[in-house]
Write a protein that binds this ligand. Structure first.
Ligand code: IPE
Ligand code: IPE
Ligand code: MG
Length: 250
């Protein structure tokens, strides 16, 4: 049971976009072809979030650990990011999408960083949808960089101060986290922010994920009871005395 109907529509959806490589391999294509198709899937899901009035979408595009992949795949992903920005920013601007790229800029080339910063600046005034594309991001990196910032500034470390120094401090914690591609792990995504996030895992490979697949995940989310440590009874709209009355008359 839920405290209000608005709890059933997530205000922040996060996605681990996994399965691009397998999608490509099944078609005898190079892995990068799967990543290209993954950009198409992301475009569709962004449109679906706009239509459904979901205000925040956060996607995992490149993890701190993805540097261990073959060099040609890593350079292909960097290239694809730059290309996707050139192609997609105009329509994101038209649709009121504000871009953020949470992640470690230090590991990225000057050209890539320039592209990310320009896209963030150009879309900074947009208000319909915040799209966080986590790139060279890791949950452990985020916790450490936030703690370091606070230590340098001499700020006391509390849950609030740490949250406010993290890479996603501009949005609330995710309500729903979807992982495509069949794996049921977090792979160093939003470790701190997903403390009370609902998880939905699907075997659908990311390039095949579309608005209908998103709707299935949203429907599953709507069925969940989010207790945040409380009991189920505490969450019912009826005051405790009314619940007791019902039981007496039953
Ligand atoms: C996710 O797809 C995209 C990135 C990690 C960059 P994968 O490339 O991990 O696809 P699979 O898991 O090998 O199928
Ligand atoms: C997680 O997928 C990272 C992204 C989707 C960007 P991986 O494919 O890298 O995760 P593991 O290695 O299977 O855990
Ligand atoms: Mg994978």
């Amino acid at each position: 049971m839920h405290t209000s109907a608005s709890d059933r529509v997530p205000a922040h959806v996060a996605i681990v976009m996994d399965g691009n490589g397998r999608w490509a391999r099944r078609r005898w294509l190079p892995r990068v072809a799967g990543h290209k198709q993954g950009v198409e899937a992301l475009r569709q899901v962004v449109r679906a979030c706009l239509e459904r009035h979901i205000p925040v979408l956060t996607v995992f595009a490149f993890s701190s650990e993805n540097w261990s992949r073959p060099a040609d795949e890593v350079s292909g992903l960097m290239e694809l990011l730059s290309l996707a920005l050139q192609r997609e920013v105009p329509s994101l601007l038209d649709n009121g999408v504000r871009l953020h790229f949470p992640g470690d800029r230090a590991g990225l080339s000057a050209r890539v960083v320039q592209g990310l910063e320009a896209a963030e600046e150009r879309t900074a005034h947009n208000q319909r949808l915040v799209l966080n594309v986590c790139f060279n991001y890791g949950g452990r990196w985020d916790i450490v960089q936030a703690a370091r910032q606070l230590a340098e500034r001499g700020v006391e470390i509390t849950e609030d101060s740490l949250s406010s120094a993290m890479a996603l401090s501009h949005v609330p914690d995710p309500d729903l986290l979807i992982r495509t591609g069949g794996e049921t792990r977090i792979s160093n995504f939003l470790l701190w922010q997903s403390a009370y996030t609902e998880f939905v895992f699907t075997d659908t490979l990311w390039p095949d994920f579309d608005a209908a697949a998103l709707d299935r995940a949203l429907a599953e989310f709507a069925q969940r009871e989010r207790r945040f440590g409380k009991t189920s009874e505490q969450l019912t709209d009826a005051p405790a005395s009314a619940v007791a009355d019902t039981r007496l008359h039953a």
